[in-house]
Design a protein around this ligand. Structure first.
Ligand code: NI
Length: 389
């Protein structure tokens, strides 16, 4: 109960002080202060925001593994993300964001707090830990390249397993969802610029109207999923931003279209992009316009190791929690980048919000904070035990 109260206080501070990706300076300083006060070691890394702390066990058999005559103890990592979103909060909570146009609307404040709770629990258990647990507070998950910064820093080079959590708005509080394989999609974004000739709206024959061509591209793009993708395969092509024209009586010379692709494999994501590029080229030719197409890959699909997913589910059940498999979603998550190099599991915890993630009215129920902290700590400790065996 004391832990829960402490965590709620921590949470409210982080919720009041959200910062965007790669700008999480106050957030990082506050995490550092709490960890330092608890006597947790903080590692030197090249990270500008975010940090990595470490708790090493003192149990004698933590020295039991030897390799080439050298002592080797297992190392696992627990990971959370710390950045917020450019959203004006409309949740109505008393501890709402004090930073304009910035909100913890994806629950990363919940993740930070759960990790701090895990750190407090694990420091009390040092003598029972059979290795080292790295606590990764990752910056810039929301498209800011945070996972890549962490990997490039080399701080995870010795890590054998990694565990990450995310709140689930639509799950009952304290319910844990964990499944093998993909949980989050590979994500790409695209930008299309249609350049033609504008004219007076009364003389359309003097233009080659890029607005009409943009409508053709938007319509044709719908067939990539509905006609080029098997009904048994998951894929999304969403057009989200269209800009063109500035007056009711002028045909513009340029139209911009932006959007996103989602799929569960790299091949599929590449294919979606290839098809859209072909559509742009074809419509450009048939409408006599220049169509520039560009795309960017944000992240690959997450990929939960099946054995570790079962370990995580069993650990949660051992704590008396309700565990479900949950559904994969088309959202992206850069935890996937760690899983390319390190076996890992990304799991969800229900926080029963009336509104979904990335919504200005998102409100996490705070009761699961100590549940999440307890499960993170138990996963870290249990993974070390298994690896030290
Ligand atoms: Ni998130």
């Amino acid at each position: 109960m004391i832990l829960q109260k402490t965590l709620e206080e921590y949470f409210k501070w982080f919720h009041r002080h959200p910062e965007l990706g790669n700008e999480e300076k106050e957030t990082t300083a506050h995490i550092r202060d709490i960890l330092t006060a608890a006597g947790v070691e903080i590692l030197d890394t090249s990270l500008k925001t975010g940090l990595v702390a470490q708790i090493s066990g003192t149990k004698s058999d933590s020295q039991s593994k030897s390799q080439n005559g050298q002592q080797k103890t297992p190392v696992v990592a627990l990971r959370c993300d710390i950045d917020a979103l450019p959203i004006d909060e409309a949740s109505g909570v008393a501890y709402a964001s004090e930073n304009p146009h910035c909100m913890h609307a994806c629950g990363h404040d919940f993740h930070i707090t759960s990790m701090l709770g895990a750190a407090l629990l694990l420091t009390q258990e040092k003598e029972n830990l059979t290795g080292t647990i790295k606590l990764l507070f990752q910056p810039a998950e929301e498209g800011g390249g945070g996972a890549k910064q962490v990997l490039d820093s080399g701080v995870l080079d010795d890590v054998e397993e990694i565990y990450g959590l995310h709140v689930a708005a639509d799950l009952e509080k304290n319910v844990i969802a964990v499944r093998p394989g993909a949980t989050h999609a590979a994500v790409g974004s695209f930008k299309i610029v249609i350049r033609g000739k504008g004219s007076h709206a009364a003389y359309p024959h003097l233009s080659n109207d890029p607005l009409v061509a943009s409508a053709a591209i938007i319509t044709a793009a719908q067939t990539i999923v509905s006609r080029n993708t098997s009904p048994f395969e998951q894929a999304v092509v969403s057009i989200t931003h269209v800009e063109g024209g500035s007056a009711w009586n002028v045909i513009p010379s340029e139209v911009l279209i932006e959007g996103t692709f989602r799929a569960f494999s790299e091949e599929k994501l590449n294919y979606l992009s290839e098809r859209l590029a072909q559509i742009c080229e074809g419509i450009g030719i048939s409408y006599g316009l220049q169509v520039d197409y560009a795309w960017k890959r944000y992240t690959i699909a997450t990929n939960n190791d099946p054995a570790l997913a079962e370990f995580a589910a069993q650990t949660a059940r051992d704590l008396g929690l309700t565990v479900i498999e949950g559904e994969p979603g088309m959202g992206g998550e850069d935890f996937a980048l760690y899983q390319q190099k390190i076996k890992g599991v990304f799991w969800n915890i229900g926080v029963a919000s009336p509104n979904g993630l990335h919504h200005p009215g998102f409100v996490a129920n705070l009761e699961p904070l100590s549940t999440a902290a307890g499960l993170l700590a138990r996963l870290g400790k249990g993974a070390l035990e298994r690896l030290a065996d």
